[in-house]
Design a protein around this ligand. Structure first.
Ligand code: UD1
Length: 416
């Protein structure tokens, strides 16, 4: 089970070294299947999502070890092309295993994916793109059966810049003979990390980070050692924590450019933020000001994965903030929990109107999803009194030792 007990109203200070990015490392694990050689992934965060992904790879025949900031994966002899339903239901990211399992084994059977319950999360864009690459797909009894024996390079245009669909196309097209040109690709930094990883394996991808990605496939991919990019959402969460609690934090091993939309908002709210090399320093001395409007968008717009944490911040900021959630349908499940702590928030469809209150008050609340759970911890850190956060398994999917990290920065938080 597990819960966090947070005693609030303490300023934060000190230095935090930011973990490797979960959303980058999961597609790298998938890409590791494309070679029979061992790959080593450094700065691999120790998270339940990462271990789940490791278990799925093991069920396909890979040897996987995760620990001490490193993952080693070697899939010399694949034994299965079926992604087990039980494991897939815990990890939505298992959907981009389709591209790599097909690339390596030419056939795949996968259950409909799971993950955070934050909306419908269909997979139509993935399946349409794979079909354009010559994959034959049939759906029966909750399973998707894919046959890639006739796969080929092709022009592919996504109807929407889905992160996972972009990754799936990059993974499969890396082994399909010829050049695939992917248009309307997602531009998230994690896409660039996947490109760099596949290129380090001997692949040939260019354009990641722009709407057009070119993948030249067919080269034999080999083993590599690679450093995962820093987790921009985790870094953003700690910046918001400092803005809410006041204090001064130095974040190490970040890429400030990945956080520019958040930094712009926090600067407007009164924080002083400076980025230098791979370090970000934030200083917050007073109650934050409201932001007028936050509108989540695909990168480089404001990330949906920081919306819940910003809702927590807006709930104690001066003035009123309007928050538009444009990526997922039901991503305001943290709102009723924040209201239990005294927040003043009204939600209609995909819009939340947050009227800042002077302070929140500790309460017993429940994490409903990963980022919403992080938002409740931040609310607890800033609140008067004691907050209990239940269902922390959601938070542990994405934050490595969040209570340990926050304690090192002066917070009063324990996990029981
Ligand atoms: C990834 C991230 C997640 C983040 C999201 C948006 C990982 C492991 N997860 O999720 O943390 O919140 O990007 O930045 O990297 N959609 C469809 N059909 C599809 C695919 C997606 O309609 O086939 C919709 C989704 O329901 C959603 C939107 O497109 O409304 C964005 O989804 P997508 O970009 O695919 O996000 P994920 O890759 O699932």
């Amino acid at each position: 089970m597990g819960r966090y007990i947070v005693n609030g109203s303490r300023p934060l200070s000190g230095e935090i070294v930011v973990q490797g990015a979960k959303n980058a490392v999961l597609p790298l694990f998938a890409a590791a299947l494309l070679t029979e050689d061992p790959v080593v992934i450094e700065h691999c965060p120790d998270l339940s999502d990462v271990h789940n992904m490791g278990r799925i790879l093991e069920s396909l025949g890979a040897d996987v070890t995760i620990g001490e900031g490193r993952a080693k994966i070697a899939c010399r002899y694949p034994v299965s092309h079926e992604i087990p339903a039980r494991l897939a239901s815990e990890l939505r990211s298992s959907i981009f295993l389709l591209g790599s399992v097909l690339g390596r084994m030419k056939e795949a059977k996968v259950a409909y994916p799971g993950g955070c319950d934050i909306g419908l999360r269909p997979i139509d864009l993935h399946l349409k793109a794979l079909r354009e690459l010559g994959v034959k797909i049939t759906e029966r009894h909750g399973y998707i059966y894919c046959d890639a024996r006739k796969m080929h390079a092709a022009p592919v245009t996504l109807d929407y810049p889905s992160v996972g669909a972009t990754e799936n196309v990059m993974l499969l097209a890396s082994v399909a003979e010829g050049e695939t040109v992917l248009e309307n690709a997602a531009r998230e930094p994690e896409i660039v990390d996947l490109q760099n990883f596949i290129n380090a394996m001997g692949g040939s991808i260019s354009g990641a980070g722009s709407p057009t990605v070119r993948i030249r496939g067919g080269e034999r991919l080999k083993g590599t050692e690679y450093q995962t990019m820093p987790d921009r959402i985790v870094a953003g969460t700690y910046l918001i924590a400092c803005a809410m609690c006041t204090g001064e934090l130095r974040l190490k091993r970040v890429n400030p450019a990945h956080l520019s939309s958040l930094i712009a908002k926090l600067s407007k709210s009164g924080c002083k933020i400076e980025g230098k090399g791979d370090t970000l320093t934030i200083k917050a001395t007073e109650r934050p000001k409201g932001f007028d409007l936050i509108d989540t968008q695909p990168y480089p717009g404001f990330p949906t994965d920081l919306q819940a944490q910003m809702t927590a911040l807006a709930s104690i900021a001066e003035g009123t903030t309007v928050i538009g959630e444009n990526i997922f349908e039901t991503r305001f499940k943290h709102v009723p929990e924040l209201i239990k702590m005294g927040a003043s928030i009204k939600v209609k469809d995909r819009i939340a109107v947050v009227k800042g209150v002077n302070h929140l008050t500790g309460a017993e609340v429940t994490a409903m999803d990963l980022r919403g759970g992080a938002a409740l911890i931040l609310a607890g850190l800033a609140a008067h009194g004691t907050t209990i956060v239940n269902e922390i398994r959601h938070v542990e999917r994405g934050y490595e030792g969040i209570e340990r990290v926050l304690r090192s920065a002066g917070a009063d938080i324990i996990r029981i």
